[in-house]
Design a protein around this ligand. Structure first.
Ligand code: LLP
Length: 438
């Protein structure tokens, strides 16, 4: 069910390239992306808005996977870009992403972050809290500039993948609460600042969501407020940013909607709401991350030690783990995998895939049926394109993996594997107190 092919010799192929060849050429662990799939995912959103004749921006949430090559693809696909830090903004600027289509998020934007956004004339800052309003106002005075903002609000709907929790007073570190008057107070303050243009509202209800009703409930709640604010402040939202969170398939149990369905549901509800509130139709922005890159990427590992505990569990270890994919340890996330060099192999047995970090919880997959594993077999874990590389870390001083993009039957390295030297490059040798101890 994963969108990759298998060649006659039983090797997994990605965009027509043999995974075994890739592992030999670039080493393991290796992230491999099928760029066509990234483009198709992006186009599913962009094209649906276009077909519906709705003005829209599809902002790729670069936290899912940020790299210069990825940002270049987002640019080619006419996406906008959501960044949440100076590092993500820096990457976007390095990739020469059009600044007017960059939006900045964050619940604790620093003075430096806001200055960097202002200096570089990015398209919009999504204002998250009162402290930030003060910082932004001051920064705009310092630079004698103007800025477009969206107000991030918490509509009191939290999505837990399959169901939604309606919370009265939303307990969230993000955004202004819609129900306790804070969002309104933010609007009042922002409307008084001449250098700030309030384009509209933003909300994001959660991630890996498989249904549309959470989104439509959120839209309805936003419009309840917007109707009120139109009467009180003559404020109309030119833009409505409804966040990301569209679910993807990790395992057979996941049953995601086609991406176009989310867009249609959002557009329908906005249409109904604007009509019933006598408001004009806003530009709709969304911020998908996972649904653009998640299923376009996979990770190839080399298998190593096998520990068989009869009647308990057979542990098969890979040469990576929670350093390149922390999601199983952090969220009990589930994945599917195949033996990349022997996809249809016989003698299936149930094993569990262990990472190599010094941590019992570093298990990538519990209980998976695989052909009997042999030394130097390769394991391909699917749907690791989002929040895999981007959340990777240096635990146990494992160097970060390499990333390869495949397109038009060709492979290209887009992030080099880290060397040990890279890893110690910021370490300084200790110079205080050494003399006495020598
Ligand atoms: N917009 C906002 C304001 C967000 O906070 C997020 C994700 C997105 C957009 C993109 O959501 P997506 O379409 O990728 O679901 N590390 C977690 C996911 C954290 C998501 C944080 N915010 C994971 O690995 O599942």
């Amino acid at each position: 069910f994963h969108p990759f092919d298998v060649s006659d010799n039983g090797h997994l192929t990605i965009g027509g390239i043999d995974s075994v060849y890739l592992a030999n050429k670039y080493g393991t662990p290796l992230f491999v992306y099928d760029v066509n799939r990234i483009r198709n995912n992006a186009r599913a959103f962009v094209d649906t808005f276009r077909e519906l004749g709705v003005r829209a921006q599809v902002a790729y949430a670069s936290k899912a996977f940020s790299s210069i090559a990825m940002i270049q693809i987002a640019k080619q696909e006419n996406l906008s870009l959501d960044v949440v830090s100076q590092g993500e903004l820096y990457t976007a600027l390095k990739a020469e992403f059009p600044v007017e289509r960059i939006h900045m998020h964050g619940n604790n934007k620093s003075r430096e972050e806001i200055s960097m956004a202002v200096k570089n004339h990015i398209g919009c800052i999504v204002v998250d809290n009162f402290h930030e309003i003060d910082l932004l106002e001051q920064t705009l005075i310092d630079y004698n500039q103007r800025m477009n903002v969206l107000i991030r609000v918490t509509p009191g709907i939290e999505a837990h993948t399959h169901d939604y929790i309606l919370t009265g007073n939303e307990d969230s570190k993000f955004g202004f609460d819609l129900s306790n008057g804070q969002a309104e107070e933010a609007l009042q303050r922002l409307l008084k600042i001449d250098s700030i243009h309030v384009m509209g509202l933003h909300c994001h209800i959660g991630s890996q969501i498989f249904e549309t009703n959470g989104f439509t409930m959120a839209v309805e709640r936003l419009f309840q407020k917007l109707k009120d604010w139109k009467d009180r402040y003559q404020f109309e939202s030119e833009v409505l940013n409804l966040g990301g969170g569209f679910g993807i398939r990790y395992t057979k149990e996941d049953d995601p909607l086609p991406l176009s369905h989310y867009v249609k549901a959002l557009v329908n509800t906005v249409e109904e709401s604007t009509q019933s509130c006598y408001m004009s139709f806003p530009e709709i922005w969304i911020e998908p991350g996972r649904s653009i890159v998640g299923d376009a990427g996979l990770t190839i590992y080399k298998l190593g030690a096998v520990k068989d505990i009869p009647n308990v569990r057979k542990y098969v270890s890979v040469d990576g783990g929670m350093t390149d994919n922390i999601r199983p340890a952090l969220y009990q996330a589930k994945y599917e995998a195949v033996i990349a060099n022997n996809v249809y192999g016989a003698h299936k047995e149930e094993v569990s895939i262990a990472g190599k970090c010094c941590e019992s919880g570093d298990m990538l997959i519990l209980d998976i049926e695989l052909p009997k594993v042999e030394e130097n077999d390769l394991l391909a874990v699917f749907s690791t394109g989002a929040y895999g590389y981007s959340m990777s870390n240096h635990y146990n001083r494992f160097p970060k993996a390499a990333v390869v993009f495949i397109e038009n039957g060709q492979d290209q390295l887009v992030i080099k594997r880290e060397s040990f030297e890279d890893m110690v490059q910021n370490d300084l040798s200790y110079e205080l107190g050494g003399k006495n101890n020598e």
